[in-house]
Design a binder for this molecule. Structure first.
Ligand SMILES: *[C@@H]1O[C@H](CO)[C@@H](O)[C@H](O)[C@H]1NC(C)=O
Ligand SMILES: *[C@@H]1O[C@H](CO)[C@@H](O)[C@H](O)[C@H]1NC(C)=O
Ligand SMILES: *[C@@H]1O[C@H](CO)[C@@H](O)[C@H](O)[C@H]1NC(C)=O
Ligand SMILES: *[C@@H]1O[C@H](CO)[C@@H](O)[C@H](O)[C@H]1NC(C)=O
Length: 456
């Protein structure tokens, strides 16, 4: 009886926790769909990296930061943000709940500047210390229904000379998809966010979507495209050409960054009218404007000063464009019958996707283990360890992990202020969890009583 009561309590507590506002987004054909309503989902988003790309902070680990900004996301009328780096050891419950309540999904890059594939030495940077960090980031976010997808990389290939890094990024895609399956997580889409490089753009997109290994093919493909500047048009901007170039691509594509700032005065964001029209919706599924906050490069929609946020004319223009542009009706002419791409045949290096480093195999079976957060350090420099990992036994694996953990500990001591911040976040979110538990207390009691009655 006691165990039944306990079961009833746990069950109803689970019911409470599962009451997220948003339902997962899933991929069908070349588009996204809401898994509950079945409606096509178009990304209406903004890229979010307060602090800028040079100041590594996790905006989703600080409730003060996200509660300052989420009202502006709502005001803009967006449904998605993209975050470029997170601290996988931090607590994200409070911010993910605020986003969920506001109807906002998250596209998350799993890399940090130092824990990422190096475009100069990709083979070396693709190692098990790096993958541990990637997998621990997946662990930290997989349970939130409003995670729309993960990016395995952003603009790793930034010109024709760095194209040879592509097989390593594709290996990361494969490992992430394998990890998500091995850990029995929800099938969260995994993709790549590509720089728009004229000479290789189409081949690169096809490379990520070719080959017989389903795990190694992306579930979605983002393009950072700044070709529509000011009061341009569908044809003048080159958007029409892009639609033709990518027509027939078999997974969802979208603009993972847009918003050319080579204009005098404020950005008018007239591209919004095209992005959410049937001119594009057969191939593209919306996009994200670069970027929420002004970080010194003149792309900000708002200026942040401590707790205060000041919106700009860009903000007003985007808000007005989004509001006056509805999504295409019905399924927007998506395609569910496109074929996977053909692999490039004329690249001057081997396009085979490299094997997972031996040292990382354990993570598929046992999980990634302790998240090391931003203190993971420079995994691009774990190359020597990894060469050892690939050629020797598990004993060496352990010693190399121990080494990176002790490196981490040293860093942690020197950054006590950031540790203090994350501690206070944890405290406030755990008190929120207690408040939530109290809220569901009455439901639990009701359930328990019902069970007892049924038993009698
Ligand atoms: C980095 O970002 C944090 C959080 O926004 C801010 O408190 C800090 O002052 C920034 N540091 C620099 C060097 O800009
Ligand atoms: C492949 O071609 C690119 C572009 O022409 C060149 O930069 C690169 O050095 C070549 N790589 C090899 C291995 O020949
Ligand atoms: C993919 O599978 C087909 C059919 O099984 C086979 O003919 C083809 O060679 C395979 N391609 C690659 C790149 O492995
Ligand atoms: C525009 O704003 C109005 C008022 O807030 C709202 O009812 C409407 O749904 C918005 N339209 C779009 C396309 O977001």
């Amino acid at each position: 009886m006691l165990s039944l009561i306990r079961f009833a309590f746990v069950f109803s507590a689970l019911l409470g926790l599962a009451q997220a506002a948003l339902h997962p987004i899933e991929v069908k054909g070349n588009a996204f769909f809401n898994s509950k309503s079945g409606d096509r989902f178009f990304i209406r988003g903004v890229d979010y990296q307060p602090g800028g790309s040079s100041n590594l902070t996790d905006p989703l680990a600080d409730e003060d930061v996200c509660s300052r900004d989420v009202p502006y996301f709502k005001d803009l009328g967006i449904n998605t943000i993209r975050v470029y780096s997170v601290d996988n050891s931090a607590d994200h419950d409070a911010c993910m709940k605020l986003l969920d309540d506001a109807g906002i999904y998250l596209l998350l890059d799993v890399n940090t500047p130092d824990a990422s594939i190096s475009r100069l030495d990709p083979g070396c940077s693709y190692n098990s210390d790096y993958l541990q960090n990637v997998f621990a980031t997946i662990d930290a976010f997989e349970s939130y229904d409003n995670v729309l997808g993960f990016f395995a990389g952003n603009e790793v290939i930034n010109n024709v000379d760095t194209l040879f890094a592509a097989p390593y990024v594709k290996a990361v895609v494969r490992d992430m998809k394998k990890y998500i399956k091995a850990r029995s997580y929800r099938s969260i889409p995994v993709g790549y966010s590509s720089a728009d490089i004229a000479s290789v753009r189409v081949e690169l997109a096809h490379y990520f979507n070719c080959g017989n290994d389903t795990n190694a093919r992306v579930d979605m493909f983002g393009i950072n495209d700044y070709s529509w500047c000011g009061h341009s048009s569908f044809s003048v901007s080159g958007y029409s050409e892009k639609v033709s170039l990518y027509e027939g691509y078999s997974v969802p594509m979208f603009l993972s960054e847009y918003g050319c700032n080579e204009v005098s005065g404020a950005r008018p964001f007239t591209e919004v009218g095209s992005i959410y029209s049937t001119q594009m919706s057969g191939v593209f599924s919306g996009g994200l404007v670069y970027e929420y906050s002004e970080e010194g490069s003149n792309y900000g929609l708002v200026t942040i000063d401590g707790d205060s946020v000041t919106t700009s004319t860009d903000f007003d223009n985007l808000k007005s464009e989004l509001n006056s542009t509805s999504n295409p009706s019905g399924d927007g002419g998506y395609s569910k019958s496109n074929s996977i791409s053909s692999c490039p045949t004329d690249w001057n290096f081997t396009i085979a996707v490299p094997d997972t480093p031996d040292g990382a195999e354990t993570y598929f079976k046992n999980g990634a283990g302790t998240p090391l957060g931003f203190d993971v350090g420079d995994t691009q420099g774990s190359c020597d360890d990894d060469v050892t990992l690939i050629t020797t036994t598990n004993v060496k694996t352990t010693s190399s992990k121990t080494k990176s953990v002790s490196k981490t500990t040293t860093t942690k001591e020197s950054s006590s202020s950031s540790t203090a911040t994350s501690t206070s976040t944890t405290t406030s979110s755990s008190s929120k969890a207690m408040a939530a538990a109290a809220e569901y207390g009455s439901l639990a009691t009701l359930f328990t009583v019902l069970c007892s009655v049924l038993l009698l």
